[in-house]
Write a protein that binds this ligand. Structure first.
Ligand SMILES: Nc1ncnc2c1ncn2[C@@H]1O[C@H](COP(=O)(O)OP(=O)(O)OP(=O)(O)O)[C@@H](O)[C@H]1O
Ligand SMILES: [Mg+2]
Length: 359
């Protein structure tokens, strides 16, 4: 089921009578059968977007379509959605079986059919052996899988997940997100997965939507958005360690960081922000005219070595931070205090104008 949002807007009036534009003129198509990660910092409007799709909130302006059908007048229970929240919200006195079955009782589904579907859903989420347990006898990840089974048992047209993994510890979070991915692949149900964790969104989603202040910044396949961010916000939001952002300039078609040549671009002279992914530096100790700095800290973990450069005492400006990081092959013999000369891979370097828009 394709979901289309057209000019979708939600304005809240806060206690002190100020307007909060939680969702601001959003135009977005969520393709049928895909898993979309809705991603952005706290307060950017992710949950509000989800609740508008679900019909739990009424939009101030704009439309939501499921396929060709405009949904504004359709109440939540008639929209054919399955919802899963951060806190599993299972009925504690009921068994796993009763929890999954519950929505079907409301729909007055015939008993044998309901039993069969409950078992199928339990099997889908890998809990068919635990049907007689109570929620408190399950791990957090298992409880969340019951919540997913319960959301899916009505065979909804759309599955909406609001930070479903954030109450789980790191290992369970990884495991459960793989489960969600598998379940979505098997059921092919159109799914919107809300998270503020970029790594989680990147790993699970067919496409990600990055949001800020109620406005969609970019939508695309995770790798495509990572490789081709449309603005500085998106570039900084994706990737760990974060992209390094230097103050720089274009002069005679040369890209300069503090008068050091780092590349060429056919652009007019101007001040720019230069974003370089940590994996974008190539060591070239022979090239004495290249970008170079004294390394302050060397951390080797497995295959990778991270070089950390402290810029406190340099005149160079790095946005928000006083260090920059380069990830290099662990094979290089570099130690703290060495001066390191770099070339920068052009495809890992992104230029932004002073407003943060990609150049
Ligand atoms: N009922 C409400 N009344 C007033 N303002 C609200 C209401 N609900 C949300 N907001 C505001 O709308 C904006 C978006 O909130 P929303 O809950 O959608 O953010 P979010 O992206 O889900 O954040 P988080 O990651 O913290 O869950 C925020 O500024 C929030 O304070
Ligand atoms: Mg939220």
């Amino acid at each position: 089921m394709e979901i289309k949002m057209a000019n979708l807007t939600k304005i809240f009036i806060s206690k002190d009578k100020k307007e909060v534009h939680a969702v601001d003129h959003v135009d977005l198509v969520i393709p049928s059968g895909k898993l979309i990660g809705l991603l952005g910092p706290s307060g950017c409007g992710k949950s509000t977007t989800l609740y508008l799709i679900a019909g739990l909130l009424r939009q101030t302006e704009g439309e939501i379509y499921f396929g060709e059908e405009e949904m504004s007048e359709t109440p939540p229970e008639k929209r054919g959605i399955g919802l899963v929240f951060q806190n599993y919200a299972l009925y504690p006195h009921m068994t796993v079986r009763e929890n999954i079955l519950f929505p079907l009782e409301n729909l007055k589904v015939e008993k044998e059919e309901a039993k069969k579907r409950t078992f199928e859903m339990a099997k889908l989420v890998g809990l068919e052996e635990m049907l007689d347990r109570k929620p408190k006898e399950l791990s957090g990840g298992q409880q969340q899988r019951v919540a997913i089974a319960r959301a899916l048992v009505k065979t909804p047209r759309v599955l909406l997940l609001d930070e479903p993994l954030s109450n789980l510890d790191a290992r369970l979070r990884l495991q459960t997100r793989e489960e969600i991915k598998r379940i979505q692949r098997e059921t092919k149900i159109t799914t919107v997965f809300v998270t503020h964790d970029q790594e989680e969104a990147m790993s699970i989603s067919d496409e990600i939507v990055v949001m800020k202040d109620g406005i969609i910044q970019q939508m695309g396949e995770p790798q495509e958005v990572y490789d081709k961010p449309t603005n500085l916000f998106v570039a900084k939001f994706l990737g760990n360690p974060q992209i390094n952002v230097f103050d720089g300039e274009i002069k005679n078609k040369e890209i300069l960081i503090e008068n050091m040549f780092v590349g060429k671009r056919d652009l007019p002279d101007q001040k720019v922000f230069i974003g370089v992914r940590p994996e974008g530096f190539i060591i070239d100790q022979e090239n004495k005219s290249s970008f170079h700095f004294k390394v302050d800290l060397v951390e080797t973990i497995g295959r990778d070595t991270t070089l950390i450069f402290d810029m406190q005492d340099d005149s160079i400006n790095i946005l928000d931070k006083k260090t920059f990081k380069a990830i290099i092959d662990a094979g290089f013999r570099i130690k703290a205090g060495d001066v390191v000369h770099f070339n920068i891979k052009p495809e890992k370097m992104h230029l932004f104008d002073i407003n943060g828009t990609i150049l």
